[in-house]
Design a protein around this ligand. Structure first.
Ligand SMILES: Cc1cc2nc3c(=O)[nH]c(=O)nc-3n(C[C@H](O)[C@H](O)[C@H](O)COP(=O)(O)O)c2cc1C
Length: 372
């Protein structure tokens, strides 16, 4: 099995459209027998005495996985834990953890892991202290975010490349936070040494007392339209004792089954965009015919968002959800256009409600392309 990576510096700005300057890196093939094992994500994952069952996780998604959304997903159940959106350590200190729409945590959400965006060890203690009120089921360090704004600050996927600073932050986290500690990463920079660096970081994580790692197997600069390279998992699993959670293009049970050989042995499955398109996806995992009345889902979300956000922000949040929800329908582009054309809250709620009440034709498998 081969994994192509660019041989030189990171790809140019066009990213995914850039011509491939690829070297072929050899990887051990996924073991044949592996596919026969239990579907990954089905069993429980226990870390530091906390059980996540099943080991299916709703991904951290900036601007999306606030409390109102997590509440909606949790209403349907079937998840092991929900990740918050990425929370900046400094911003956190200015927020009221019990009122902030991103930070507040309701008992009905079930297990919630708070994802932190940190740039220096000094940020750790105040952030952990501030989050105490939320009683996180785990803290996750973002070492994956490719957004230029975040990388310029030395966080996200940039932190992954800066070993001393990364180690300082991890050791501070482990000192200040006695609970579950996870890290979310990508493959690193697309350079010939990516694999050596990745192996080194996994050893560093284990050495620093990290409990599990989520790997979204794309290189730091790759957009979501490039495929996730799950074929890296068997080799990584063979060399680390850390539980690895897989993220990227794992769109429901079918998506996981298609990758069964590569994913055999991963400790959990993380779902991102599909969970926004279908907030009921975790429930539908074990109940494939489950598809709630879309208008009821919409009305519920509208209520939750309105409870947490003042009107101008509530409007934007609800409109973003429609972008995703629309992917469930054959003529979803019409729903999208209706929402985009709405100028105010009441108009948005009414237009979307009307479209959904008319029983739009549903798609078996929604197309997620272009969602980011
Ligand atoms: C809108 C959006 C926001 C995201 N924000 C974050 C984030 O804050 N932290 C993070 O670690 N990953 C973030 N991601 C990446 C997801 O967690 C996930 O790894 C990625 O979408 C691939 O999974 P999927 O194919 O299931 O969507 C984001 C993805 C999207 C689409």
């Amino acid at each position: 099995m081969t994994l192509p990576v660019p041989t030189e510096s990171p790809p140019p700005a066009e990213g995914d459209n850039a011509p491939a300057r690829a070297a072929e890196i050899q990887l051990a093939p996924a073991p044949e027998a592996a596919a026969a094992r239990a579907e990954p994500g089905t069993g429980p994952l226990t870390l530091r005495g906390i059980t996540f069952a099943p080991a299916r996780f709703c991904a951290p998604m900036a601007g999306l996985t606030h409390s109102a959304f997590r509440r909606l997903v949790a209403d349907f159940g079937g998840h092991g834990a929900l990740f918050t959106e990425m929370i900046c350590g400094r911003w956190l200190l200015r927020e009221d953890a019990n009122r902030s729409p991103a930070l507040k945590r309701r008992p009905e959400e079930g297990r919630v892991i708070y994802q932190l965006m940190l740039t220096a060890p000094e940020e750790v203690a105040p952030a952990v202290e501030r989050l105490a009120d939320c009683r996180p089921d785990g803290l996750d360090l973002n070492c994956a975010c490719p957004a230029p704004k975040i990388r310029q600050r030395g966080a996200g996927s940039e932190l992954f490349t800066d070993r001393p600073r990364l180690e300082g932050i991890l050791r501070a986290l482990r000192r200040e936070w006695p609970g579950v500690l996870t890290v979310k990463i990508r493959l690193g920079r697309p350079e010939p040494s990516w694999r050596t660096i990745l192996g080194d970081r996994l050893r560093l994580f284990a050495d620093c007392g990290v409990d599990a790692v989520t790997l979204h197997p794309r290189f730091a600069d790759e957009k979501l339209k490039r495929r996730a390279r799950h074929e890296v998992f068997p080799e990584l699993l063979a060399e680390t004792r850390l539980p690895l959670i897989a993220s990227g293009d794992l769109h429901g049970p079918e998506g996981v089954r298609r990758q069964a050989a590569a994913l055999a042995g991963v400790a959990g499955i993380m779902v991102g965009r599909l969970a926004v398109v279908r907030p009921w996806i975790f429930r539908a995992w074990s109940d494939p015919d489950f598809f709630p009345e879309p208008v009821a889902v919409w009305e519920r979300f509208v209520r939750y968002v309105r409870e947490d956000f003042p009107e101008p922000k509530a409007f934007l949040q609800a409109r973003v959800l429609v972008t995703y929800l629309a992917r469930n329908f054959r003529f979803g582009h019409r729903l999208f256009a209706l929402a985009q054309g709405a100028r105010a809250w009441a108009e948005l709620v009414e237009r979307v409600g009307e479209f959904l009440e008319n029983g739009p034709e549903r798609l078996q498998e929604p197309d997620l392309s272009g969602l980011a």
